[in-house]
Structure formats: structure tokens, C-alpha cells
Design a protein. Structure first.
Length: 602
């Protein structure tokens, strides 16, 4: 009963994926798919026509040789046979061309849907290794699987059509011969489906090791890590780790291949025995005169074609089952809940009139025992400058992500002008925010693009570009580059101009100001600058951000003098809050941190 239920689930999964993928292909490329279907059907009919024509050709040739007549008919059949081979070549060429066109269109469609979906998933998805495992399998072979699915289905239909014609030939000789040969495919089909299932679940088990092996190999070839790996002599260690993981996966795959090879060899032996037995019987009948030469040739050719078609059909059916498992994962990926689905539809709360209220906020990372944030409460007025300070791991960056709606809160409330953040459309919220994070992106593109990505709709506004560049001193950098704002940055592409991390950081700050948003978030924005440059830049930022609600985190507390509100965090909690003067008078944690840091400069 369990086996029957498993088989039923496999059939339902395969048929469901088959229908959905076929419907998708015909919806996005109806004409191309219709052309490909016609070519595949024509290809399916040719083997049957060739068998009949071969039998007629042998009969005509035998007549011409034995009786000295019928040469014209034999020549016509020979030319017809050549025409069939020519037609088959043309259909093969047309099939390959249509497959290439459909493959391109399908990759554009599937790639667009997959990439677009990835950008709409909640950021918390990226905190799960299971998500990366799924993503690895979904993205691998994306351009092949959809078309391969349809190709496998059409080849099955093609094989069935061909087999139908071949079985008619065999039925004309003896019904049991046709039925017996068809039943012989069942063991082969069982073996192939089992192998497909084993391979799929083996791939799922091996994905974590595969990703880790790729990570170790990337460490050996990535420029960002090359210096440290050479200094500490880690290359042999990482190479050894890669080889170990790759070998472990490879040995598991070889073991599966070894087991299935024995089963396939057994089936091949059985088929060879059956073919030899039937062939011997036909030869004996032909030798006794009970079977003429033309039907003898046709039956042998039919036997050989039946074997090839049955084997190919079995492999294609098993392949479709394996593809159905992967395709189902792609459909599951597309069905994942998106941020817009989880959030509300309130319009933008900007510009702020009442401010931001945070009450009892808590947040816990998936799988973590302790909360990253717990009992966070404070209020920010429109235009306030808020400094968030504390040791590493205190929860500063996590709080920023919760404020921006990037992380869903576990408990408590964040409200913009009284509207809870989870009821605001994420796109509307982010349209009013500009942020620079610690791990900001270094776009390997032009300086202009790096700044203008802050607001693509203003990309061609030169005054806005210059103003944003001047906010961080990136305008001085532009004057030193060989092609000014059009200079390609980074090392990845030909002609790229490499920058220091501090220069990249200035560009990132300019990108934030180019957005001209109501809320500005600077998460460790000047960590690569020396204290004097940082102080000068923060003076500049303080002037430019006047009238905007600004959040910034920093380990250098001197800049907190310009803040209207300072939040002191420790172990995910706010232990002190107030102005610089109020916190210094309090003589608590902030005062201790400030004096300790000031002492290092004396």
C-alpha cells in the first residue's frame, strides 16, 4: 500500500509539473512551441515510414535481381528512402533552431521571474542556510530545465507514436511478440525512475557540502581575500578542504552510479537474450521459407527500433520525474511570501509631522536563544539627529534594520506618524529613506552610476550629482580621475580604476545624499576615515542633513555632541538615552565611554 501511495504521489507530481510547465511555454511563446511540436511529430513518424519503405525496397530489389525487372520501382523507392533521410535531417535542424529560440525566450522569462522574486523576498530569508540551499538548486540549470521538460515530453510522445507504428508491424507477425516486448520496458522504467529519485534527494543532501566547497574554492581565487590568505599561508588548507568536500560528494555519486550500473547491466543482458532468441526464431523461419526476406528485414529493423525507442522512452519518463522535482522547487520558490504580501498598503508617511515612536520593540533571529533586541522604547521628533552608540554586538545595526522595516519585529511597535511600520507599503517606506550600511556596495561601474543609484529617476541631473558628490568630498575625487564622473571604478572590468576603502565610503555617502530623502541613516558611515577627516565630514553632514530626521551609529563618540538624542545600547537593550549634556551629567555608561575615548586622544 505504501508503495502504491508513493507511486501515486510521484505520478501526481510529474503530471502537475508537466501541465504547468507546458502551459507556461505555450503562453509565453505560442507560435514557436507550435512549430516545435509539428517538427517533433514529423520526426516521430519518419522511423515507421522508413521501416515500411525498407521492406518495399528490399522486395523491389529482390524482384529486380531475381527476375530482371522492376528496376524503376526499386530506384523510386531508393530515392524515396533518401528523401526520408533528407527530411529527417531538415527536421533535426529545425528542431535544434527552435529549441535554441525557445531556450533563449524561456531563460529570459524564468530568469526575470526568479531574479525579480529574489528582490521581493523578506530580508530575513537571507538569514537561513536552508534558503541558500534551495536557491542553489533553483538557480542551477535554470535555462535548461524548462525547455528540457518540454523536450522530454515531446520525445515521449514521439516515442509513443513511433512505437505505435512499430507495434503494428510486429502485430502483423505475432501479437505475443508485440505485447512481450512492450512489457519488457517496465523493469527498465522502474530502474530509471528509482535512479532519478535517488539522484534528486542525493542532490538535496549534498547541496550544503557543494556550497561550502564552492566557498573554499572562491577563497582561493577572490581578490578581496588574496592578501590575507597569502600572508597566513592558508591556500593549501582551503584547497585541502575543497578537495575533501568535493571527493565526499563525488564518492557518494559514484556509489549510486555503481549500484544503478549493475541493475542496468542486468536489464541489458535480459534484452540481449530476448533479442537473440527472437532473432534466431525469425532467422529459422526465413531459412525454412516460411518468412520472406522483406518481412524478415522489416521485423529485424522493427525489433531494433522497438528496443531503442522503449529504452529512450523509459529514460525520458524517468528524466521527466527528476525534472518535475526540480521544477516543483522553482514553483515553490515563486510562491514564497513577499514583503508586500506580509505588509500593509498604507501610503507614504513622509514628510513626517509627528515623528517616530518605538514602544517595547523586540526582535529575535531565527534559531537564536537570546533576543537581539528587547524592550526598546524611544521617540524621535521630525528633524531630530539620533546617535545610536554601544559596543560591537549591542544591537545597533539590528535596530536600524527594524526601523527601516527590513526585519519584522518579534514584539512591540514601530510607528511613523502613528502608522505601524508593518502596515506601510515597503516601497512607500523606502522611497523616503536613504541609508548607508557598514557593508555598503562597491558597484564596479562608473562614479556617476555609483552616486546616481541613490535615485535612478534623477540620474541625468548634473546639478544634483555635483551637489551629492560635494556632500562627502567625492567631487574632489572626480577631479582626480582620468575620465571624471564617467571613470569606471573597481578592478573587475577592463579599464577600472581602483579606490581605497575610504574613497568608496565617501562615494556611498554621496549616494545617500543624492536620494534627498526625508530620513537619512548612516550606519558606521566613516569607519574608514581618520578622526580629523571624520570630524570634518560629520560637520558637513550635520549641515546638509538639517531638517531631515537622521540616524547614525559610530564608535567615535565626539560626533554625538551634534545629536539631539543619544541611544546607548548594551546586550540588545537601551540602557540610557538623552542629549550629550544630560548623559554626561548622569555619569553612567555613556559618560564612562566618552571619557575613556577622550583619554586616548590626550
Amino acid at each position: 500500500m505504501a508503495g502504491w501511495n508513493a507511486a501515486r504521489r510521484q505520478l501526481a507530481l510529474t503530471l502537475g509539473a508537466m501541465v504547468r510547465m507546458t502551459a507556461l511555454l505555450f503562453r509565453i511563446m505560442p507560435l514557436r512551441m507550435a512549430t516545435l511540436t509539428a517538427c517533433e511529430f514529423g520526426t516521430a513518424m519518419l522511423p515507421v515510414a522508413q521501416i515500411y519503405m525498407t521492406a518495399e525496397l528490399v522486395a523491389a530489389a529482390q524482384s529486380a535481381i531475381g527476375q530482371g525487372g522492376g528496376y524503376g520501382r526499386a530506384l523510386a523507392l531508393l530515392l524515396g528512402q533518401a528523401g526520408l533521410y533528407w527530411l529527417q535531417s531538415c527536421l533535426d535542424i529545425a528542431n535544434r533552431f527552435q529549441n535554441s529560440r525557445i531556450k533563449l525566450g524561456l531563460m529570459l522569462h524564468m530568469g526575470h521571474r526568479t531574479g525579480s522574486k529574489s528582490t521581493r523576498l523578506p530580508l530575513m530569508r537571507l538569514e537561513s542556510h536552508e534558503f541558500y540551499d534551495l536557491q542553489e538548486r533553483v538557480f542551477a540549470g535554470l535555462e535548461h530545465r524548462g525547455l528540457q521538460f518540454f523536450s522530454s515530453m515531446t520525445r515521449i510522445v514521439q516515442s509513443v507514436a513511433t512505437l505505435a507504428g512499430l507495434i503494428v508491424v510486429l502485430l502483423g507477425f505475432h501479437p505475443l511478440l508485440a505485447v512481450g516486448l512492450v512489457l519488457l520496458v517496465l523493469p527498465s522504467l522502474y530502474i530509471d525512475i528509482k535512479e532519478s529519485r535517488f539522484r534528486f534527494f542525493q542532490d538535496i543532501r549534498q547541496t550544503p557540502k557543494k556550497r561550502k566547497a564552492e566557498y573554499f574554492f572562491g577563497l582561493l581565487s577572490n581578490r578581496e581575500w588574496a592578501k590575507e590568505i597569502r600572508i597566513f599561508g592558508l591556500s593549501n588548507h582551503f584547497l585541502g578542504q575543497w578537495k575533501r568536500l568535493y571527493r565526499e560528494n563525488g564518492e557518494e555519486q559514484l556509489e549510486l552510479e555503481r549500484r544503478m550500473s549493475w541493475l542496468k547491466a542486468g536489464f541489458a543482458t535480459a534484452w540481449a537474450a530476448v533479442f537473440s532468441l527472437v532473432g534466431s526464431l525469425l532467422l529459422k523461419l526465413a531459412a525454412s521459407g516460411r518468412l520472406g526476406l522483406p518481412p524478415f528485414v522489416a521485423l529485424l529493423q522493427a525489433l531494433s527500433s522497438v528496443q531503442g525507442n522503449l529504452r529512450a522512452m523509459s529514460a525520458q519518463i524517468a528524466g521527466i520525474y527528476e525534472l518535475a522535482l526540480y521544477t516543483q522547487e522553482w514553483f515553490d520558490y515563486l510562491r514564497m511570501e513577499e514583503e508586500n504580501e506580509a505588509g500593509g498598503q498604507e501610503e507614504s508617511p513622509f514628510p513626517l509631522k509627528q515623528g517616530i515612536d518605538v514602544a517595547g520593540l523586540a526582535f529575535r533571529y531565527p534559531g537564536a536563544e537570546q533576543p537581539a533586541l528587547d524592550g526598546i522604547s524611544f521617540r524621535v521628533r521630525p528633524g531630530d539627529k539620533v546617535a545610536i552608540v554601544g559596543e560591537n554586538g549591542a544591537g545597533k545595526s539590528t535596530l536600524i534594520k527594524c526601523l527601516l522595516g527590513l526585519y519584522p519585529t518579534t514584539a512591540g511597535r514601530i510607528a511613523f506618524d502613528g502608522i505601524p511600520v508593518d502596515r506601510i507599503d515597503p516601497n512607500a517606506l523606502r522611497a523616503g529613506v536613504a541609508a548607508i550600511f557598514q557593508d555598503f556596495v562597491q558597484y564596479q561601474l562608473s562614479l556617476k552610476d555609483n552616486i546616481a543609484f541613490g535615485s535612478l529617476r534623477h540620474r541625468e541631473d548634473p546639478d544634483r550629482l555635483l551637489e551629492a558628490a560635494a556632500s562627502s568630498g567625492a567631487d574632489e575625487l572626480a577631479s582626480q580621475l582620468p575620465h571624471g564622473f564617467d571613470t569606471e571604478l573597481g578592478y573587475r572590468f577592463l579599464g577600472g580604476y581602483e579606490l581605497s576603502y575610504g574613497q568608496w565610503q565617501r562615494i556611498a555617502i554621496s549616494r545617500a545624499f543624492f536620494r534627498n530623502a526625508d530620513i537619512l541613516v548612516l550606519d558606521e558611515p566613516t569607519s574608514a576615515l581618520d578622526p580629523m577627516a571624520e570630524a570634518a565630514l560629520f560637520d558637513r553632514l550635520a549641515d546638509l542633513s538639517e531638517g531631515r530626521t537622521t540616524f547614525f551609529t559610530s564608535h567615535r563618540l565626539g560626533i554625538c555632541r551634534k545629536a539631539d538624542l543619544i541611544l546607548v545600547m548594551k546586550n540588545g537593550r537601551i540602557i540610557e538615552q538623552g542629549s550629550h549634556e544630560a548623559l554626561m551629567d548622569l555619569q553612567g555608561e555613556y559618560a564612562r565611554m566618552f571619557r575613556t575615548q577622550a583619554e586616548t586622544y590626550r
